[in-house]
Design a protein around this ligand. Structure first.
Ligand code: VGL
Ligand code: ZN
Length: 205
């Protein structure tokens, strides 16, 4: 069984959002196009309380891009984004949400971030995604979404270690690229970990 995993295709990660991913809106059409090639569609949703420790605004005297320790692990400070219930946390309006079978929310604990859809950044708490996928008999995970160098990367890496065959759709992901080349480096790391990196056309074949 093959599942499509939509990673954080949310307004705040779009070019018009508070944590803009360049060309982030271009993943929406790729996501929609893949929905007929899979058995099951799961979306992750970054879902932070306003008090979340990954927000620079919650660290007096710190700025966006600074590095702090949060939950015992290194943490980049971000602009406020994907606040629970606000429009920025909603899926992009053009995403075919009628085809989403399950939504997994993450980043809800203010004391630790969760880039991966499977575990928090300290690998302490799981989101239930593995159990959900296994209960549906999923063996192959097709990954698209945002951002290549953060949530896509950690979700794909955890998907591999959780025993799924992970296929990352290169034209269905976009990077934040805080440093130039971060997205390309992330794709290389995913390949080294055993993920396949393919194009939309290879799957529609
Ligand atoms: C993400 C930074 C902070 C992502 C989420 O979805 O890649 N990046 N929160
Ligand atoms: Zn976040």
């Amino acid at each position: 069984m093959r599942a499509l995993l939509l990673v954080d295709i949310q307004n705040d990660f779009m070019p018009f959002g508070s944590l803009p991913v360049p060309h982030g809106d271009e993943v929406v059409a790729v996501a929609n196009a893949l929905m007929d090639s899979v058995d099951f569609v799961v979306a992750t949703q970054d879902w932070h309380p306003q008090t979340h420790g990954s927000f620079a605004s919650n660290h007096y005297g710190r700025a966006q891009g600074d590095i702090v320790t949060l939950g015992g692990v290194s943490q980049v400070l971000w602009p406020d984004h994907c606040v629970q219930g606000l429009p920025g946390a909603s899926f992009h309006a053009a995403l075919n949400v009628a085809r989403i079978d399950a939504v997994v929310r993450k980043g809800t604990d203010p004391l630790i971030d969760s880039y991966s859809g499977f575990f928090d950044n300290g690998h302490r708490q799981d989101t239930g995604l593995t159990d959900l996928l296994r209960s549906r008999g999923v063996t192959e995970l097709v990954v698209v979404g945002l951002a290549t160098d953060y949530c896509v990367k950690y979700t794909a890496l955890d998907g591999e270690t959780e025993g799924f065959d992970v296929v990352v759709i290169e034209d269905g992901v976009r990077a934040v690229d805080l440093s130039a080349g971060d997205g390309e480096k992330a794709l290389a790391e995913m390949r080294e970990a055993g993920c396949r990196v393919e194009h939309l056309r290879d799957l529609l074949g």
